[in-house]
Design a protein around this ligand. Structure first.
Ligand SMILES: [Mg+2]
Length: 392
């Protein structure tokens, strides 16, 4: 059996261009789906996949680990940058999909069978970046409370929010009080039986991140995400050691070595590798094993398209430390039109039962995808109050 072709198919989904990867074989009808979505870098990833493809054409798609090593180690530059890491990830997902289809079994069965009955989903509160506190509107906190109520009424028992505003490296009490008011409003709206997550998008400096973490500690967050730049593990570790709130990070780390360094310094309680960036399911499974040694939980980053979600769920059903799956449910209304999948989603409680279809259990409708061709992503810019550049 041989790989004959690797295609990329782009589907514009507002904020992101989803990049689906299709690995074809010389067996009639046998191909695999992967995803390599990297917002604002779509053409670079498509080019990286084109660059890697000659290494794989003619190779046996069942030799997944051998091919992963080939993609990561050949051509001198290792695959630990985000563009190449994303390209490798997309192909790796498709190879696992092929193997599952060949064996006529879901991927999680290939990895030892299901370790749980269901995977819990969490959603985003919506709205992405909320209002700048520099232009605080008196109703911001109230709006957070209303949005929180809405997602709970939609069946979710956990959600993620972004009430921490962007701040200069050091600021006074105003942004802290803003974040506190918003989180308090959400907690008041949903009570203590719903889990609230706060994502800082790594915008604060280490000191501001610590101040926000301490201020929000009394609200019993499920986790507090990316409280400062993700590359500086010691700074994240200092925040984790200063609060009881579980700190989550890792969506921008590529490869097992980055996670080794993060875990070794006690940086967090939850790792969030992105399966479409970190090196695919092959590397995510290694990272999960490494995290097991530290008894650190896993909640993969997953705001992209449906193949990414399927991969995250397959991993979740085979990984003991996996706690929850990120689910985007409000990005585009036609999400369900382009994909069919083998997962059963229970709206009440928002949980997912195991995939019953082979491989990743997803099929992409290429005719529907063609209705949403590539569009340049809108440039996103972030500024401090004085006009200096902040972090998006
Ligand atoms: Mg995040």
């Amino acid at each position: 059996m041989k790989i004959t072709k690797i295609e990329t198919i782009i589907c514009n989904a507002r904020m992101r261009n989803w990049i689906f990867v299709k690995v074809l074989t010389d067996q009639p009808g046998l191909f695999g789906w992967g995803e390599a979505t990297l917002e604002w870098h779509t053409r670079a990833v498509v080019g990286a996949i084109e660059d890697i493809s000659p290494l794989l054409i003619g190779e046996d798609p069942r030799r997944i680990e051998y091919l992963w090593q080939m993609m990561y180690r050949q051509h001198f530059w290792h695959g630990n940058g985000v563009v190449r890491g994303t390209a490798i990830s997309g192909i790796d997902l498709a190879l696992w999909d092929i193997l599952g289809k060949l064996k006529d079994t879901p991927c999680h069965q290939l990895w030892g069978g299901p370790v749980r009955d269901y995977v819990r989903l969490y959603c985003h509160l919506g709205g992405g970046k909320m209002e700048d506190y520099y232009e605080t509107k008196p109703d911001d906190a109230k709006r957070f409370g209303e949005l929180a109520q809405e997602v709970v009424e939609a069946g979710f028992t956990a959600f993620k929010s972004m009430p921490v505003p962007e701040t200069m490296p050091i600021e006074g009490l105003k942004p802290i009080r803003y974040a506190e008011a918003c989180v308090e409003a959400m907690r008041d709206a949903v009570g203590e039986n719903v889990d609230i997550m706060v994502d800082c998008h790594a915008r604060p400096s280490p000191r501001m991140g610590m101040l926000f973490a301490k201020a929000l500690e009394p609200y019993g967050l499920y986790f507090f995400e990316e409280p400062c730049w993700p590359e500086v593990y010691e700074d994240i570790a200092a925040i984790q050691k200063s609060v009881s709130t579980p700190i989550a990070t890792g969506e921008r780390l590529i490869g097992i070595h980055a996670f080794r360094d993060l875990l070794a310094c006690g940086g967090c309680s939850i790792i969030q590798p992105d399966i479409t960036h970190c090196g695919g399911l092959s590397e995510a499974r290694r990272i999960a094993s490494l995290a097991e040694a530290y008894r650190v939980a896993m909640a993969p980053h997953n705001p992209q398209g449906p193949v990414s979600t399927a991969a995250s769920l397959e991993l979740g059903f085979a990984t003991p430390s996996y706690i929850i799956c990120e689910a985007v449910h409000q990005d585009v209304p036609w999400r369900k039109d382009i994909v069919s999948w083998g997962f059963e989603v229970e709206k009440t409680g928002r949980i997912v039962r195991p995939n019953t279809k082979p491989g990743l259990g997803v099929e992409i409708d290429e005719k529907e995808v063609a209705k949403h061709p590539f569009k340049q992503e809108l440039p996103q810019r972030s500024y401090y109050a004085d006009g200096a550049i902040g972090d998006w």
